[in-house]
Every structure is written in C-alpha cells, then in structure tokens.
Design a protein around this ligand. Structure first.
Ligand code: SF4
Length: 462
C-alpha cells in the first residue's frame, strides 16, 4: 500500500557538538521514510541562526558545501512531504524568522485543525505570509507575543494551537522541543556523553551510538542549553491520542515508538490476523517493506512458510509514463515485481499493512495472477480505512477511500482475490501497549479526538 499514503514529516535535532549540522544531515537520512519531498537544516551558535533548505531527498536537497557552511554546535532539521501547504519551495522547512526575541527557526511535524482561524486572525492583525504552511502561522502568532521572554511567548502561543504538532525551535544557544497535548506524533530524546538528540524516531539515534533517554510526554516543553535540559508542561493533561498508524505503517521497524518496538508490534498484528483469518495456503508473501513484519507474524502463527514473492526496486524515481490503464500497471511493476518461480501454481497469502484507494493493491494482485499464483488470499494488518486524517497524514478524501463506500466483499471482488481479511479493530488495539484509550484510531472509526475544521466532513461523524 505504501505508495498510496504519502508520508508526512520527520524532525531531528542535535545540541552540543560542532558537527551538529552534519549529524542532522545523517539523522534526516535515517528519517527519510517520513518525507521525501524536501529537506532543510538550521544551525546556531550563541549569536546567530543559519538555515539551508532544498527540494528532493536529503542528499539531493543539501550539498556538502551547504552543510559545512552551517558548522555550529546546535542544529535542527526537517524532512517533509507537504501535508499542509502543498509542494511550493517556499514551504520547505525549517522556517527562519527574526522577531522581537531574536532569530528563531522552526520545524513542524503534524497538522493544526484550527489553522484557518488562526491565520485569518493573524492576517487581520497585520501579519503577512510568505508560505502556505500552518508552521508559518505558528511563527506569526509567536512574533505577536509582547514579552521579551521567548519561553513565555511560546507557552502562550502553544495554548492557541489545536491538533497535531511535534515542534523543534532553534534559537541562539538553545533548542526547544514540544509535543502537542494529545501526543499525536512521536518525539524522543537521546543522549551521548554531553550531546543531546531529539528525533521523530529512535532509529536515528542508533547512527551516533546515542542512548534513547525517553519520549517527550504529550504537553511537554523541553529546553536544551549549555546548562542542560529543563522540562515544563505547557498545558493541562489531556486524553492521549497517539497515532496508531505509526505502528501499522509509518514508523521504521527498528524504531521504538510510543514505548514499543515497531517491528514487534507489527509481528503481533500479523499473528492476530492469522488467528482471525486463517486459510489453507502454501506460502505467505509480504508486500515489502512495510508488510514484512506482519507477514512474519502471520507465517509464524499459521505455520505457513514465508517466501519472497515480491521484489522491491529501491531505485525508482518519478516515471513519465502516460496514465492509460496498461501503462499504469508498468509503473506498479517497476516498483514491485512478482517472482513467478516463487508464486507460480501456489496458493498465496499476501500480507499488506493497509488499503487506501485500492488502485495500488489492484495492480499488485493483478501482477501476482499474471505471475501464475493459483489462489490469492489478501490479509491486511489493520481495519478498513474509512475516514480521512486531519493530523498530518495525507489520506485522500472520504470519497477516494475505497472502504468508505464498498463492503469487504465488494473490495475483494474489485481486487479479484479469492478471499480478503482485514484485522478487526479489537484485534488491532489488543496488540498495542496501553490499548485503545491511548491511541487515535479515527481513520478506522471516525471518532476524532479533537474538534475538526468547519465543514471538514461532508457526512455525519459518529
Ligand atoms: S486519523 Fe489515523 S492516521 Fe490520522 S492521527 Fe488518527 S490514527 Fe493516525
């Protein structure tokens, strides 16, 4: 499915090493799965903040010379897929502004549900905007705060924000890291000797041999300076709404997210899926890479051997194939090719993490049939995605979500599979640490943990 959900954003920060910008450049590459559209790094010493940004993958967006020119003991970085604000180059982060309290760069993962109201209010008060991101709205609110105390201004600004935001701010001599009151997106603290790290995912700490100290709490504001780390709450405690899709699909399997290793959670999802939807078959085939852990779980639980029925091409960029039906299939095959010698004549269980529009799955199932699979039993390691996300994930609108308008039987028929099984909601939440009450599961059940933007949903929401 991976191709159907464009990812969102990743954040990485380093404090206390003169190689901080180069370390952020490497850390962002470890977070590349969270955003491939653009990348940027801001760095600071005790007086100034510098920033370099560009489009494409981290290695394309930032040259060696640019990174070397940022040499400073503190740096933050951002990889982005434009969930809010589109792909305009002006929207690339970190954003850097100069305001009453001095220069500040900001990097944001998430999406504000009240961004329109806040932007209108800032515009009415005379603010002008150079980007179409909600991140610039946060800076505009911050710049209007009257105090000379940055932390006090930040606290007042954060209280105005509703929705999902993990944020890094860089000022001369300090990094501020913030998580929203519900904790939608992950943000973790790492440390090695005197150097602090902040990352969307712990997989980036491993590069530097840094220890994962802990996750930031929902509603926490951490300030890192030469004198160490200070933690404050910026809001009253609120119900936890960590994005369960981080476990299902978004995060890297070697990361520890919301207190648990992602691969182990996905393996449990696969085991549960095998218990809920057993089938007599010859091989279990993962859809790489995101379906791999769940397929391993399905294989172990069912006793059906795992095999490499698909091969992923890691080097595919944009294609220029015109979009008629047959040629679209060429694009699918270029990314993921079936292995006829493995699947030919076999009864195949295909395990994937989710189905969104259904078009990508359709191409993959068709290619398996053409490679000679005798039976195809499609197993999905989460429930049907029926509702859009307003918290930083670029799910399509409700009308484009295949499960919003078709039953499981109709989807099976559309895909041309012999059977289709989605993991139940109860099965999903039984596999994650802390159960349903700690997680946002709105894309499965429409129960949104915050008010939504006005007119966001055309139909009644439960
Ligand atoms: S709606 Fe779905 S993708 Fe969005 S935050 Fe909630 S669980 Fe995650």
């Amino acid at each position: 499915m991976g191709a159907e959900i464009r990812h969102f954003c990743g954040l990485f920060g380093v404090y206390g090493d003169w190689n901080a910008p180069a370390m952020v450049h490497a850390g962002l590459q470890a977070l590349q799965h969270r955003g491939q559209e653009s990348a940027g790094i801001a760095s600071a010493d005790s007086k100034t903040v510098l920033c370099e940004r560009g489009q494409g993958l981290v290695t394309q967006a930032l040259s060696r010379g640019q990174v070397e020119g940022l040499r400073n003991p503190a740096a933050i970085g951002h990889v982005r897929y434009g969930t809010s604000g589109g792909s305009d180059p002006r929207n690339v982060q970190p954003l850097l502004v100069h305001c009453r309290t001095g220069s500040v760069a900001v990097a944001h993962n998430g999406d504000l549900v009240n961004k329109r109201e806040l932007r209108r209010e800032a515009e009415a008060a005379g603010a002008t905007f150079h980007t179409s991101t909600d991140t610039e709205t946060i800076l505009a609110l911050l710049a209007r705060e009257p105090s000379a105390d940055f932390s006090a201004n930040l606290q007042r600004t954060l209280l105005r924000l509703e929705g999902a935001f993990s944020l890094l701010f860089l000022r001369p001599g300090e990094i501020h890291a913030v998580r929203d009151r519900h904790g939608f997106r992950p943000l973790s603290l790492g440390r090695k000797d005197g150097t602090w790290f902040v990352s969307s995912e712990t997989c980036a700490f491993t590069l530097f041999g840094a220890e994962h100290v802990r996750d930031l709490e929902p509603g926490e504001h951490v300030t890192i300076t030469d004198t160490g780390l200070v933690s404050k709450r910026w809001c009253e405690p609120a119900p936890s709404a960590q994005c369960i899709f981080e476990h299902v699909y978004f995060a890297r399997p070697d990361s520890k997210v919301f207190g648990e290793n992602v691969h182990l959670v996905r393996t449990r999802l696969g085991r549960q899926l095998a218990r809920e939807f057993p089938v007599d078959a010859d091989i279990v085939v993962p859809v790489p890479e995101s379906g791999l852990s769940a397929a391993q779980g399905y294989s172990r639980e069912s006793g059906i051997p795992l095999d490499k029925g698909f091969v992923k091409n890691h080097y595919v960029g944009r294609t220029f194939i015109s979009p008629d039906a047959e040629q679209r299939n060429t694009a699918v095959l270029l990314k993921l090719a079936p292995v006829p010698e493995v699947v030919g004549g076999q009864r195949v269980v295909v395990v994937d993490d989710s189905i969104v529009r259904g078009t990508t799955s359709l191409g993959r199932i068709r290619s398996l049939r053409e490679a000679g699979a005798r039976e195809i039993h499609f197993r999905i390691s989460c429930p049907p995605v029926m509702w859009p996300c307003f918290y930083g994930i670029d799910f399509p609108t409700r009308t484009e979500l295949i499960a919003a308008s078709r039953s499981v039987e109709e989807i099976a028929k559309y895909l041309g599979v012999d059977s289709l099984g989605y993991l139940s909601y109860e099965g999903l939440v039984s596999c994650v640490n802390g159960g349903a009450e700690r997680f946002c599961t709105a894309c499965f059940n429409g129960r949104y943990p915050t008010p939504l933007p006005r007119g966001a949903l055309p139909t009644h929401c439960p």
